[in-house]
Ligand binder design. Structure first.
Ligand SMILES: NC(=O)c1ccc[n+]([C@@H]2O[C@H](COP(=O)([O-])OP(=O)(O)OC[C@H]3O[C@@H](n4cnc5c(N)ncnc54)[C@H](OP(=O)(O)O)[C@@H]3O)[C@@H](O)[C@H]2O)c1
Length: 296
């Protein structure tokens, strides 16, 4: 129940109407019996300053940031976490007295979503499809786990090469290479890869029949295929990977764990999501209106 002591949290974006964050956070807050309320705010770029003043005056504890503001909020921060500085993007903001700290919880959410598989990343070869904002967060996470090699494939090859250069420079990680999304190169690399992660938006609702992979590419059964997309839960890419016998993961758990990581920052406590994780997944899947079954 909202009362005089209810703490304020929220998310800003443009558009924001389809964000699952309010449903996710309010579910967790209720499960933990915490007196906070999480609301979404449709914020146009030219209103960012006004909203920041508003959050400050209204004593907000924290906000999440989504497209298109992850970079443009940075000038409003007093300080950035190491991840946010390297990723040059903020998805979580913590307000404390006069200090505003920008974090990025996408990398932590991705690693947590891998569960036990995280322990197998070290020294292995990883393929990243896409070179946008989420690819950055995934690559940062992979480098922290000391993966053996990262191959980035992207429609616009220059972006893949620039991203590889960026991590060579910022994290002194040398085994990272950018490639065009070419069938032969990708097939050759896939034979030895441990995991392939789709960070492109190809295959996302409503374009559910699209796939970032050329249909002529065979997927080795030995590889894991992770699609950051969670709507639909089983993209065309994941359907094909499963048909080849590869193990698969979709993006729902990353969404959940990046959100929980934000709550941990705002509340300054660790949160064990395991007791309510299956119920939370079902809650979000129902909101997505997707009938596919998610692993528990
Ligand atoms: N599960 C989660 O928690 C989570 C978190 C973040 C993002 N995501 C999902 O990840 C996806 C990407 O998000 P983002 O923020 O990284 O987006 P972004 O920065 O806009 O990057 C989009 C990427 O997709 C590629 N792409 C877009 N349309 C394409 C097409 N028709 N053919 C080939 N490549 C195409 C782009 O290639 P170019 O460089 O050639 O344009 C770029 O590499 C979205 O579906 C988003 O929902 C999920």
């Amino acid at each position: 129940m909202i009362d005089n002591r209810t703490g304020l949290l929220g998310v800003i974006g443009d558009p924001i109407e389809h964000s699952l964050s309010p449903a996710l956070h309010n579910f967790v807050l209720e499960k933990l019996n915490l007196n906070y309320c999480y609301h979404s705010f449709h914020v146009a770029r030219d209103r960012l300053r006004d909203y920041f003043q508003g959050f400050h005056i209204l004593d907000f504890r924290g906000i999440n940031v989504t497209i298109p503001h992850k970079e443009s909020v940075i000038p409003f921060m007093t300080q950035l976490s190491p991840e946010a500085r390297i990723l040059e993007a903020v998805n979580t903001i913590h307000f404390e007295l006069n200090v505003i700290t920008g974090y990025n919880t996408d990398s932590a959410g991705f690693l947590k979503s891998l569960g036990e598989i995280r322990n197998q990343l070290k020294n292995n070869q990883i393929i990243v499809l896409g070179a946008g904002g989420s690819a950055r967060a995934i690559i940062y996470a992979l480098i922290t786990q000391q993966v053996g090699e990262i191959r980035i494939f992207n429609r616009t090859p220059a972006k893949a090469e620039n991203l590889a250069l960026c991590f060579r420079d910022k994290m002194a990680y040398r085994n990272i290479f950018g490639h065009p999304m070419k069938k032969d190169q990708l097939s050759a690399v896939m034979a030895d890869a441990f995991l392939m992660i789709n960070t492109t938006s190809v295959g996302m609702h409503p374009n559910v029949t699209a796939s970032p992979l050329d249909p002529a590419i065979e997927i080795p059964a030995s590889i894991g295929v992770y699609d950051l997309i969670y709507n639909p839960m089983k993209t065309q890419l994941l359907q094909r990977a499963q048909a080849y016998g590869a193990w698969t993961l979709n993006g729902l758990d990353m969404l959940i764990f990046q959100g929980i990581a934000a709550l941990e920052i705002w509340l300054n406590r660790s949160i064990d999501a395991q007791p309510f994780l299956p119920e939370l997944r079902r809650h979000l899947i129902a909101l997505l209106g997707d009938a596919s079954v998610q692993k528990d």
